[in-house]
Ligand binder design. Sequence first.
Ligand code: PLP
Length: 398
Amino acid sequence: MSLFAAVEMAPRDPILGLNEQFNADTNPAKVNLGVGVYYDENGKLPLLACVKAAETQLVEAARARGYVPIDGIAAYDKAVQNLVFGEGSEVLTAGRVATVQALGGTGGLKVGADFLKKLNPTAKVLVSNPSWENHRALFINAGFEVDSYPYYDAAKKGVDFDGMLACLNAAPAGTVVVLHACCHNPTGYDISPAQWEQVIAAVKARNLVAFLDMAYQGFGDGIAEDGAVVGQFVKAGLSFFVATSFSKSFSLYGERVGALNVVCDTKDETAKVLSQLKIVIRTNYSNPPTHGAQVVATVLSTPALRAQWEEELAGMRNRIKAMRAKLVERLQAQGVKGDLSFITTQRGMFSYSGLSKPQMERLRSEFGVYGVDSGRICVAALNDKNLDYVASSIAKVM
Ligand code: PLP
């Protein structure tokens, strides 16, 4: 018998499956709103000018490609820390943050999950309902039992904050709570700074472990605004995790540039945590790649490139906001009644449109407009050329 005779076919990734279906669709008007990437006004994945400039510098000063340290390029880790915690912040000057370069935000989450599993093997993990699909799978694969806390309130078109808080307040000590720092994927609904304070109080009172996932810093209201929650956790004196990613904010998806930051109590504790994170990395993929991290470190530490990045990121953020406003306008022009302000309240790339699975299926089959069955559409894939068509298609299925 063949060694693999008993291997079953794993289910297809639903979003990649949607892409395949989109590519096979012959409708000339088709629009792909199922993606999780930012497209520019021409419907293209952008190459940021700051990235191109940094790459030119790096090529001109081309160096041999030795191994990178297990925890990553030191200048990159430092740049990440300054961005996430603020240059000169007390946790950094006290040496209380263990930072490792990671393979995107996903890699940061996985390194953190593997470390947590060793630290507290019986802990449960809570993810938001709904959440980025990979959260649950990733923590299950790290060996955890994963449950969810209430998040989306369909009737209210917002966050079921009371439900979320009640769930956290009933969670056993040591439970790992995965929290979207900003631009919640898939709903687009974030909680307010005051609500974060209540979450922090629950985390503190119940001795929970907060694991912030910040994959969209700068896509909501601004770099500092989107990252403010990190400062709130620091101020509360908590030890916590932050996975960060530059996939979206630098449009560097394929370079796999992210990080894991662990805020500890003391400098001594930080050194020990870092040593354990390095073991997780060493035994998985040994050490991270060079290119993407060098690009990001160069941009963040060169004032002119940094300013250019902030401008380009603001350009992406503002274009998404403009698309939200125009979508509302066009839907109303198509005769859609009711309060559509939820579309402009949401933050980041995605909008939970409130459309049902049958409506999303109709959008695909009749109009070639592809979104996720949950009703999630990528606002960052809208542009002035496809907006009218998308709005009229949505209006027809409503
Ligand atoms: N976390 C969330 C909430 C995401 O939406 C994504 C990407 O879509 C990631 C993490 C992973 O990002 P990366 O591509 O950097 O691994």
